[in-house]
Design a binder for this molecule. Structure first.
Ligand SMILES: Cc1cc2nc3c(=O)[nH]c(=O)nc-3n(C[C@H](O)[C@H](O)[C@H](O)COP(=O)(O)OP(=O)(O)OC[C@H]3O[C@@H](n4cnc5c(N)ncnc54)[C@H](O)[C@@H]3O)c2cc1C
Length: 407
């Protein structure tokens, strides 16, 4: 067993995903040295594409990696909702100049590995950040002077504080919140990435496009300088067990999307392999801090992906935490409580509203579908911008971040 001891300037982070690396950059900027303990053999991301709102880019700018992240992303022109049964466009939210000007940053899509790499390179170039692999955190103990963190390697790490950024099934959360296994939502996502030449030519749009059908929806957008297309197909399922990254069944996906208009259904016939995720979230909680230990990202407030904001919230968390540490020098515990209280309502709104979006916008049928189409078709871009001001205009240090604010 190796015991790594350090002084009070050292903060430990469990988990080196998007949230953990963003936290490392933010905390280092606030004047601390940081050690990130990641369970995997290397730092990286599985999965495919990710959408990033302007709130995430403003937060990445604060962490010093905004330009790198933009360089690794595709800046899209619009968010488009299509009716999957009729094939008609329901609505389109332009996210070009007027949007970028209003929110001070673009809406973009990227390969998750590329977005993670932007943060990883930032960490690698920061002498105050140490990245360690094959360190699966199992437990912590704290006393008046600091925190001791235990890993399955048998090593122990000592620091002034611990941030649990270890995702949906965080052992740190289990110790603080103790709410057991995540909630299995009843929805499953299949993901695949297509080389651009395999994407039907008439669907190669510079937009994040969503085809909404009864109890299912299909999303596609370009990735990596238009070399790839990200395909995400989600449907209702009665599966009750968790699962992430397992092999999916081509037959199942074609059967579930049998009523989707042929123009869009063609996309589902192309991928030779699919990976599936059983979608889970948790109820919002009003405490995720225990003295010198707090949570960030999915460990704190895991959400369904229907707002495309889980990773964006993790990056915002990192900026807020860094701000609070800078505001409370020498008082980590006060900073953690302040951070948690600042983030709670905004992230809870994302968690709860994401569930509603699934039911009322992405998956309705019959009269509910007609209502959705009528309401959304009547909206102008400015209406959407106002509706989304709290989200895209909000975030750490911004008064529009009050989550109850509608405009
Ligand atoms: C299908 C799907 C689509 C999504 N699309 C979007 C989107 O478009 N936009 C968006 O913003 N969000 C999206 N999300 C949400 C986003 O993926 C998550 O919110 C984000 O990855 C959370 O980052 P995190 O770092 O908190 O957690 P994770 O990404 O889960 O990272 C946790 C890290 O901790 C490590 N770890 C776990 N346990 C331990 C341990 N005990 N010890 C040490 N290390 C550990 C893991 O290996 C991992 O590296 C999507 C999610 C899904 C499922």
């Amino acid at each position: 067993m190796t015991v790594h001891t350090d002084n009070s300037e050292q903060v430990l982070i469990s988990g080196g995903g998007i949230g953990g690396l963003a936290a490392a950059l933010g905390i280092a900027k606030a004047g601390y040295r940081v050690t990130v303990l990641e369970q995997a053999d290397s730092f990286g991301e599985i999965g495919a594409g990710i959408q990033m709102g302007p709130n995430a880019f403003r937060a990445l700018d604060r962490l010093g990696v905004g330009q790198r992240a933009r360089d690794n992303a595709v800046l899209i022109d619009a968010l488009v909702l299509m009716d999957g049964l009729s094939g008609q466009e329901v609505t389109r939210i332009p996210v070009k100049d007027a949007f970028r000007q209003r929110f001070g940053a673009p809406y973009a899509v990227a390969h998750r590995a590329d977005m993670h790499l932007s943060l990883l390179e930032g960490c690698q170039q920061n002498p105050d950040v140490t990245l360690l692999n094959r360190q699966r955190v199992t437990d912590y103990k704290q006393d008046e002077y600091g925190v001791t963190v235990y890993t399955t390697s048998g090593d122990e790490f000592r620091g002034a504080a611990l941030i649990g950024c270890d995702g949906l099934k965080s052992p740190i959360r289990e110790k603080i919140v103790g709410d057991g296994a995540p909630r299995v939502s009843g929805h499953i996502t299949y993901r695949a990435v297509l080389p651009i030449e395999q994407m039907p030519e008439d669907l190669r749009w510079n937009a994040a496009t969503l085809w909404a059908g009864p109890k299912y929806h299909l999303v596609h957008y370009p990735l990596r300088g238009w070399e790839l297309f990200n395909i995400v197909a989600t449907f209702h399922s009665d599966r009750t067990t968790e699962g992430a990254g397992e092999e999916g069944s081509r037959e199942e996906i074609l059967e579930r999307f049998s009523s989707l208009v042929p123009k869009a259904r063609r996309i589902l016939e192309t991928p030779e392999s699919w990976k599936l995720w059983v979608l889970c979230d948790r109820e919002p909680v009003d405490n995720w801090t225990d003295g010198r230990v707090t949570l960030l990202g999915d460990a704190a407030h895991p959400t369904l992906q229907y707002f495309a904001q889980g990773a964006c919230m993790a990056i915002e968390d990192a900026v807020c935490l860094a701000d609070k540490l800078a505001e409370h020098p020498e008082a980590l515990q006060a900073a953690f409580v302040d951070y948690q209280n600042d983030r709670m309502a905004r992230t809870a709104r994302i968690q709860l509203q994401s569930r509603l979006i699934g039911d009322y916008i992405y998956h309705p049928d019959g009269a509910r579908r007609q209502l959705r189409n009528a309401v959304m078709a009547a909206k102008r871009p400015e209406d959407y911008y106002s509706d989304l001001q709290w989200l895209y205009g909000g975030g750490p240090g911004n008064s529009a971040s009050e989550p109850w604010r509608l405009t």
